[in-house]
Design a protein around this ligand. Structure first.
Ligand SMILES: [Zn+2]
Length: 219
């Protein structure tokens, strides 16, 4: 199997983060998650570290030059890695400009022939349903998705803690996230579709079945 770069797209609630981690484990890929990169960067208390901390606290989008610097450093590191099998990008692109920049970067690093773009598709109705019903463990903060067998569990599977609703998962907040997806991410999806690279996966199945479809798509 040649090296592959897999980019995950999907609404919140689509389960793309879970699927990205599953795929990473199964194929031994590296993982570029913008959330992880940003959190790591805030540990360094220089100007950029402090600024990113502030922006994250306000829940705003990180300006493109800052996020791009983090990706490029990471991609550069992976390019020089001896036994790289492939890597997964999760959490970006979030703006059409980012999609163009990623394309140019992948071309520069001579990986543009190896890209798979997976859209984990769920309807707005399903996203609202899942996000307003999902729960979080009071003790260890593990998020319990509202899919498959997780719908029925009463206690945290990790620490047996109490499960409660998430305060930021109100209908209003969820709808605003979906609106953002439509204005910012839909153009990215259209762009990948027009360039013949979009692979649509039905996200309204069990976690196992979504994963099976993903494995077929990356083979
Ligand atoms: Zn727990």
């Amino acid at each position: 199997m040649k090296k592959q770069i897999v980019i995950f797209l999907g609404k919140s609630g689509s389960g793309k983060g879970t699927q990205a981690k599953l795929l990473q484990k199964k194929l031994g890929f590296d993982y570029i998650g913008s959330g992880d990169l940003l959190r790591a960067r805030t540990k360094k208390k220089d100007f950029t570290g402090k600024k990113i901390t502030k922006i994250l606290a306000k829940g705003e989008l990180i300006p493109m030059p800052a996020i791009f610097k983090l990706w490029i450093d990471k991609i550069e590191e992976l390019k020089n890695k001896k036994k790289l099998k492939g890597f997964i990008m999760d959490g970006n692109p979030r703006r059409i400009m980012e999609a163009y920049l990623i394309d140019q970067a992948l071309e520069f690093y001579e990986w543009d022939k190896n890209v798979k773009i997976l859209l984990i598709h769920i309807s707005n109705k399903e996203a609202i349903w899942r996000l307003t019903k999902r729960r979080i463990c009071k003790k260890c903060k593990k998020i319990i998705p509202f899919v498959g067998q997780f719908r029925k569990i009463k206690k945290c599977p990790k620490c047996n803690g109490q499960l409660v609703g998430r305060s930021d998962d109100t209908i209003k907040a969820v709808k605003s996230r979906l609106k953002w997806f439509k204005t910012e991410v839909q153009p990215i999806i259209n762009y990948y579709r027009k360039t013949g690279r979009l692979i649509k996966i039905n996200g309204e199945q069990s976690i196992e079945d979504v994963f099976k479809d993903i494995l077929k798509a990356v083979k």
